[in-house]
Design a protein around this ligand. Structure first.
Ligand SMILES: Cc1ncc(COP(=O)(O)O)c(C=O)c1O
Length: 401
């Protein structure tokens, strides 16, 4: 396939006023596609990284009630005590391990928790093992602070599963932490308990940390079990678990997340948190209390709908020439590969320009994703069907040879 002229204004110049550490932040592939799409008509977005459901009404109401009741000041730095209690109860039950509010800190979305965990620990000489492809924040935040990334590539032919032995073999004297994200953005892959246990046990034995991003922990299909790192570790000494309300309750814009760790780690990170965002949004923390204490019917309905879409998307990808799919068990993404050597960024751009279907180039998520696309099914089944009515004939016409 011929080269496509990229729009150069998406690429930043190296302006000397900025800290060179900022060069570790890549041009965001997602923004690039979405900006291009905004100039086109009749675009179908298979690019979306947030749920397309309205949050439960009792959750919204709790936020509104908090505002009306004057809950507009700062909370204590670790978070609203009522939310910390609710999270401790919820996780103690879910992971069958007693957790106290002192093990938890509320943050501005999982994003802040990831930022704190990685920038507080990354330093020159420390290596972080990160699956590739993976959520695009991890690598830059590690590199920005002088740490290095040891990427472990995963493949569509293998459902993008992480081979625990490969992770263990990668552990060395400089390994500081392993980053896990199950189910994964961008692959939707759910790691089975054996994988999580093997990695967590070996890491604990060697004094290596496990930082686990579990924001999709409720978006699990076919009734499968969710093996959280919290239910696979013997203590919290080397473990940090991150999550948020963004995906589970469709509250991405309300920006409430958290980090769970040892009391010592939480104490340290609370100080850092005060120097970054101070506290998370107060009325939305009250909405979070309502989410955890109220009915979870919303989640069941949402999961059923996603599973339905996942099934159809897997069929459609299976019918698409040049795409190799698989069956993801969680989140709302599929990361099919293109034939070896075919540049996913060129395909995504050409596909968008010629059919109006917006996907995300796989290299947004790491080197190993160069020959892949991320497809999100956080959009209606009708939109998914219509997108593939355009994609399939377009792919038939491509000659990648
Ligand atoms: C794997 C992963 N972690 C974290 C986040 C950010 O979550 P939050 O909205 O809670 O900051 C996302 C959002 O897309 C994600 O996919």
């Amino acid at each position: 396939m011929g080269n496509i002229n990229l729009d150069t204004d998406f690429y930043e110049s190296e302006d000397p006023i900025w800290n060179p550490a900022l060069l570790t932040i890549p041009v965001p592939g997602i923004r690039r596609m979405v900006n291009l799409a905004s100039d086109l008509d009749d675009v179908i977005h298979l690019s979306i990284g947030q749920p397309d459901f309205k949050p439960p009404s009792h959750v919204i109401q709790a936020g509104v009630d908090a505002l009306n009741a004057g809950q507009t000041g700062y909370t204590m730095d670790a978070g609203l005590p009522e939310l910390l209690e609710a999270l401790a109860d919820y996780y103690s039950e879910r992971s069958q391990r007693p957790l106290s509010p002192e093990n938890i800190m509320v943050t501005t979305g999982a994003t802040e928790a990831i930022y704190l965990a990685l920038t507080a620990t990354s330093a020159p000489g420390r290596e972080f093992i990160v699956p590739d492809p993976s959520f695009m924040l991890y690598g830059p935040l590690i590199r920005m602070n002088g740490g290095t990334v040891h990427a472990i590539p995963t493949r569509a032919e293998n459902n993008h599963q992480l081979d625990p032995q490969e992770v263990i073999d990668a552990m060395g004297p400089n390994t500081f932490a392993v980053i896990l994200n199950s189910p994964s953005n961008p692959t939707g892959t759910l790691y089975p308990r054996e994988t999580v246990e093997a990695i967590v046990e070996e890491a604990a034995y060697r004094g290596i940390h496990v930082i686990s991003d579990e924001v999709y922990d409720h978006l699990i299909y076919d009734g499968k079990e969710y093996p959280s790192v919290l239910s696979c570790c013997s203590d919290l000494d080397h473990v940090m678990v991150i999550s948020s309300f963004s995906k589970t309750f469709s509250m991405a814009g309300m920006r409430i997340g958290w980090l769970i760790g040892s009391q010592g780690a939480i104490k340290k990170l609370r100080r850092y948190h005060m120097f970054t965002t101070t506290v998370a949004n107060t009325p939305c923390q009250w909405a979070g209390v309502a989410a955890l204490r109220g009915s979870r019917n919303f989640i069941d309905t949402m999961v059923e709908e996603y599973q339905h879409r996942r099934d159809r998307l897997v069929e459609l990808v299976g019918q698409t020439p040049h795409l190799t799919g698989y069956r993801p068990d969680g989140a709302f993404y599929l990361f099919p590969s293109l034939p070896e050597g075919v540049d996913g960024a060129n395909v995504a751009l050409k596909l968008l320009r010629e059919t109006g279907v917006c996907t995300i180039p796989g290299d947004t998520f790491g080197e190993a994703g160069k020959h892949a696309l991320r497809i999100s099914y956080s959009t209606s089944l009708d939109q998914i069907e219509e997108a593939f009515e355009r994609i399939i004939p377009w792919m038939k016409k491509q000659n990648f040879g």
